[in-house]
Ligand binder design. Structure first.
Ligand code: BGC
Length: 754
């Protein structure tokens, strides 16, 4: 499908001010196509030509599929129906003025195609965002973003619903795999770089879901209650950093309420913080079904209603026209809504780089998918250097987790059907039937091929590799006993709309690992999970690898780590608790509500989630404040070599730290130096990190600058960040719980405007 336009269709001959002191004469192209002008100037020029009806078109989105989601909604008009791409959303263009249509698609596991996939659709199944975060590698995140952006274009879309940066406040949140962990600096940096990479391919990316959309149960009804100071220092800071680094064209407001007010009509979040303090020049789009009013939403900062059939009413259609007529939405505000959308379309290249769909670069996608998986898989345990596997592993048992099929991925709107699969015929989908018309529902478990069994066989040249599906524990134990090595695959499926009731592996998987590990001390457990899980069998397992949802090259990455072709370097972006009792909310709020909720039902189940319990102390900060020992701490991950951290020194001007990292082992490997600070009277926080590859014996001296906001606290009365005078304890190490060098930094009081 091609929704570009030809400038030749729009003939203009005008003189325009080029913004550089010269008048540029252009002929045959409309003045807003003059790239010497700023995006704001170009938006103004085209907007001046638009009718009211055309302006309304831009703020009102359609579901990218001819389907009646809302029983109250009429089917789309014919001209819209014909143009609908098979995707998440669609905003018609205005061919008369050469304004391209906005064609929206999801991301988090690659460019999504699960929701409305047509057979034969191709997209690279990248590792889940949480895995990209566990690479602790911003440059890699940029490359992942670039693949996302290029495939988005190639597949005929120009708006990518990427950039999930909600903090992992709860390890049961069904969408944590779409986010980047629990720390604002790490999440903001990784997500910001993914957005930057995607947008450098001339598309718009979002950052989402703004804000505090930190659990799925009751996401349409709950109120996330968190004081401003704590919010600014945690969830909002993650967005702030991601927006600064990535400069997204759009922000998607969330389903949930924040402080009792729906996110998509929340004056504080949208007008005060986003557009006021942060001076965000782009537009706010709603999440699908996140709009609850017309004038209230528009006046409080929402610029575009997405896929309106998901909302209870058509709020930004005729209702907005009426609100303009009766003055409840001002002309100035409406002008601003349209201006912001056009401005982002110009700023991100939608006008200057029209879509020219073509087959995606399958090779490039696979190459980046593999590199990302290899950098994000985390080695959690490796007793007696069981890994990497050597020549002594002659008989290998591969057990459980559909390891003969593929690696697990997450579910929901971000779902990607991997390359090379025909969902109508392949056995790649388990746990759900293929729906009619060759389309598959996003509630289906998807396994990305190839199978770990095949990649392990390929790496274990000459060894005998046998598979047992783990369904019958006795048979798995018999195979493990007759083998030198047992590799047990266990998994936890997470999907949008549903949270886990607890942090245990589902089914009989704990019993399976327990029994196999008892039968064979050389048991390696490979986790494919979207969240931290409890490991009651941990002391019996020889080695444990957290592979998250590693995507279509995940099986290669796992095998290459098991056999030592790749030295693991992932670090945990999220704390692994020992049990739910260690969490701020041992029972997840709304646990008994029906999941997923149906936002179109007339009765709302409003409830509160008290995030003030932990406030800004999310994840490892909570564990530190409460003196709790987690199962595995934030930032943790082993390597096949060892590293030493030393010589930590800090300077106030410029605000920076410097130190040495040494590879103290015998293999080349990547260290992730992490610097934590404890300001006077406040809690510990990550203030800098840097991944570096070192040869055995090599030492690298590093200097990293610090963002003063990370050392500050937010003063709500003065509405600014305040760095307190005093001594700041600094710690350098390989994780939040492994500090190898310390230093003290003395700072005078200072303030920073948000
Ligand atoms: C999700 C968004 C997504 C949208 C469009 C919603 O259900 O919350 O993350 O972008 O659907 O698919």
């Amino acid at each position: 499908m091609y929704f570009g336009y030809s400038c030749a269709a729009v003939l203009f001959a005008v003189a325009v001010f080029a913004g550089n002191g010269a008048w540029a004469q252009t002929a045959g192209t409309p003045p807003w196509m003059n790239t010497a002008l700023t995006p704001d100037q170009r938006a103004d020029l085209v907007q001046a030509q638009m009718t009211r009806e055309e302006e309304l078109t831009l703020v009102h989105g359609w579901f990218g599929k001819d389907e009646q989601i809302n029983p109250n909604s009429p089917p789309p008009p014919d001209e819209i129906r014909k143009a609908l791409p098979s995707s998440a959303g669609y905003i018609p263009g205005i061919p008369r003025l050469g304004i391209p249509a906005q064609l929206e698609t999801d991301a988090s596991l690659g460019v999504a195609n699960g929701r409305h996939m047509r057979l034969g659709d191709q997209a690279t199944a990248l590792p889940a965002s949480l895995l990209t975060a566990s690479s602790f590698n911003p440059a890699l995140a940029y490359e992942v973003g670039a693949v996302l952006g290029q495939e988005t274009r190639d597949k005929g879309f120009n708006v990518l619903l990427n950039g999930g940066v909600d903090l992992a406040r709860d390890p049961r949140n069904g969408r944590n795999f779409e986010y980047a962990g629990e720390d604002p600096l790490l999440a903001g940096t990784i997500v910001g770089e993914t957005i930057r990479g995607a947008q450098d391919r001339h598309i718009i990316s979002t950052a989402k879901h703004y804000a505090v959309n930190d659990q799925e149960i009751g996401r349409d009804w709950l109120s996330a209650n968190l004081d401003e100071k704590a919010m600014r220092e945690s969830d909002l800071l993650a967005f702030e950093i991601a927006i600064e680094r990535g400069d997204p064209g759009s922000i998607m407001c969330a389903y949930n309420r924040v402080g009792g007010v729906y996110s998509c009509e929340n004056d504080f979040l949208l007008n005060k913080v986003l557009k006021g303090d942060w001076k965000f020049p782009g537009y706010v789009m709603s999440d699908w079904g996140g709009v609850h009013s017309t004038a209230n939403a528009a006046n409080n900062g929402l610029d575009q209603e997405s896929a309106w059939v998901f909302d209870r009413e058509d709020f930004f259609g005729e209702a907005l026209n009426k609100a303009l007529a009766d003055g409840s939405v001002s002309e100035a505000r409406f002008h601003d809504m349209v201006h912001r959308i056009l401005r982002s379309m110009f700023a991100k290249g939608l006008f200057d780089h029209p879509l020219k769909p073509k087959p995606i670069d399958v090779k490039k996608g696979a190459e980046v998918a593999q590199r990302a998986a290899e950098e994000g898989i985390v080695l959690l345990k490796n007793d007696g250097n069981l890994l990497p596997l050597g020549a002594k592993a002659r008989r290998i048992a591969v057990i459980g987790g559909h390891a003969d099929v593929g690696v697990l991925s997450g579910g929901g709107s971000s779902q990607v059907i991997p390359i090379g699969n025909n969902p109508a015929t392949d056995e790649i989908l388990v746990g759900g039937a293929v729906s009619g018309g060759g389309r598959i529902p996003m509630e289906t478990m998807v396994y990305d091929p190839p199978s770990p069994l095949s990649t392990i066989k390929a790496e274990a040249r000459g060894a005998v590799v046998k598979f047992d599906d783990g369904g019958d524990i006795a048979s798995a134990v018999a195979l493990a006993r007759a083998s030198d090595i047992a590799v047990v695959f266990v998994q936890q499926w997470q999907r949008e709309g549903i949270d886990s009731p607890d942090i245990s592996l589902p089914g009989n998987q704990d019993a399976l690992v327990e029994a196999v590990a008892a039968a064979n001390p050389h048991t390696i457990v490979v986790l494919e999970t979207g969240n931290p899980v409890a490991m009651p069998w941990l002391d019996k397992a020889g080695a444990v690898l957290e592979a998250w949802y590693p995507g279509q090259r995940g099986a290669h990455a796992i095998a290459r780590i098991l056999f030592g072709k790749v030295n693991p370097s992932g670090r945990l972006p999220i704390t692994f608790p020992q049990s739910e009792s260690q969490l701020p909310r041992p029972v997840i709020p709304g646990k008994d509500l029906i999941q997923p909720s149906n936002r179109l039902t007339p009765t709302e189940t409003l409830f509160d989630v008290d995030y003030n319990i932990e406030g800004a102390d999310v994840g490892y900060k909570w564990f530190a404040a409460k003196n709790l020992k987690p199962l595995f701490p934030f930032g943790y991950g082993l390597s096949y070599t060892t590293f030493g951290y030393s010589g930590l020194a800090a300077a106030a001007t410029p605000l920076s730290v410097s130190f040495d990292v040494t590879n103290t082992g015998k293999r080349k490997g990547k260290a992730t130096a992490q610097v934590y600070a404890t300001p006077p009277g406040a809690s510990v926080r990550l203030v800098a990190f840097q991944k570096v590859e070192l040869k055995p014996g090599e030492t690298r001296h590093m200097t990293l600058t610090l963002d003063p906001r990370l050392l500050a606290s937010f003063d709500t009365a003065a509405q600014l960040w305040r760095v307190a005078a005093g001594d700041y304890a600094l710690g350098l190490g390989g994780s939040s719980a492994d500090i190898g060098a310390t230093a003290t930094l003395h700072l005078e009081e200072s303030t920073i405007k948000p």
